[in-house]
Write a new protein. Structure first.
Length: 328
């Protein structure tokens, strides 16, 4: 008997800037979004721990080709450090490994902040996705083994003390680059202050180029998905047939997406003609025209009538495609 082929999803593309709730894993979030949109493929730009909430940009379809540009973007987190305990996971999930009766003053906290801005060296948490000799650090740590993780360079643009609810905790906001662990920051600040500390609350509020207004909550997502559920009488196989075309059926969901090209705001845009777009989609370079057209650019993206065509490089006034996008 011939094997049944895997059912293909629909060719929807764009970014869903998901407001991930506490308790949901990033992989679980991507799977749920992919299923709700009936998308053919999906991926995310930067893992959020289950205990963290906030912005998880999820790419659908052709937008998965732009994931690296969002991964490299600056991120903003708001977080609460609880003083007095260090934990194995550097957050609420782990067991207590050290305690202290000391509590830092506001002046002591503010005096420490400059040490954690700019380019610094940081050791990732024991429970992290960092690979050690081919194994994930969290897999080694779960077996009860100590993990020797080398320090790595990270960049922190700013670190602000937002409020001090009580002597046992403090709320901060950080803008940082790729690879920064906020849990490590809580651990290291607690050690420097002599009082120990761990993350009690963590929320990602921004991932460049997306902003808070782009966020879509789980409730809004599920409400839009309800409109896409099949309608009509059950078919012979027990499933419910829906006579509506996909464009109409999924309209409420698709309206929640941010355009694929939004992820490329960090690159120069080159507007081209329909004829040039056709040539580029076949993998051919084209001469770019216009007074403001760059002569050289290591990376740029081409659009035709506002639709993303390709990412490539400009050399001697010619756009050379590297990644081409479907013209749907």
């Amino acid at each position: 008997m011939a094997r049944r082929g895997k059912k293909k999803g629909r060719p929807v593309s764009g970014w869903l800037v998901f407001d991930k709730p506490v308790g949901m894993g990033s992989t679980e979030a991507v799977s749920k979004v992919k299923w709700l949109f009936k998308a053919d493929k999906a991926g995310h730009a930067g893992t959020l721990d289950p205990l963290a909430s906030g912005m998880l940009p999820i790419a659908l379809g052709e937008a998965t080709k732009t994931v690296p540009y969002v991964m490299d973007g600056a991120k903003v987190y708001r977080f609460t450090i609880a003083w007095g305990e260090e934990r194995s996971t550097d957050d609420l999930e782990g067991h207590v490994t050290a305690t202290s009766d000391l509590r830092p003053s506001e002046a002591e906290i503010r005096a420490l902040l400059p040490n954690y801005t700019g380019v610094i060296m940081q050791v990732p948490p024991q429970f992290s996705a960092v690979k050690i000799a081919g194994e994930r650090a969290y897999d080694i740590a779960r077996e009860g083994q100590a993990v020797d993780i080398p320090a790595r360079e990270v960049e922190i643009g700013r670190l602000d003390l937002i409020e001090r609810p009580d002597e046992h905790s403090a709320v901060f906001e950080i803008e940082c680059g790729k690879g920064t662990y906020v849990r490590s920051l809580a651990r290291d600040m607690g050690r420097d202050l002599g009082c120990h500390g761990h993350i009690a609350v963590l929320r990602r509020v921004e991932v460049d180029p997306f902003v808070a207004d782009d966020l879509v909550t789980l409730e809004a997502l599920e409400a839009a998905a309800a409109a896409a559920r099949p309608q009509g009488e059950p078919a012979e196989d027990g499933r419910i047939a829906d006579p509506r075309p996909d464009k109409e059926r999924f309209a409420a969901l698709d309206a929640l997406l941010v355009d694929t090209g939004a992820a490329l705001d960090c690159l120069p845009e080159i507007a081209i003609s329909d004829d040039a777009a056709q040539r580029i989609r076949l993998g051919n370079p084209v001469i770019i025209r216009g007074r403001d057209a760059p002569v050289e650019a290591p990376e740029a993206y081409a659009t035709a009538r506002g639709r993303l065509v390709a990412i490539g490089a400009v050399e001697a006034g010619m756009f050379k495609p590297k990644r081409v996008f479907a013209g749907r």
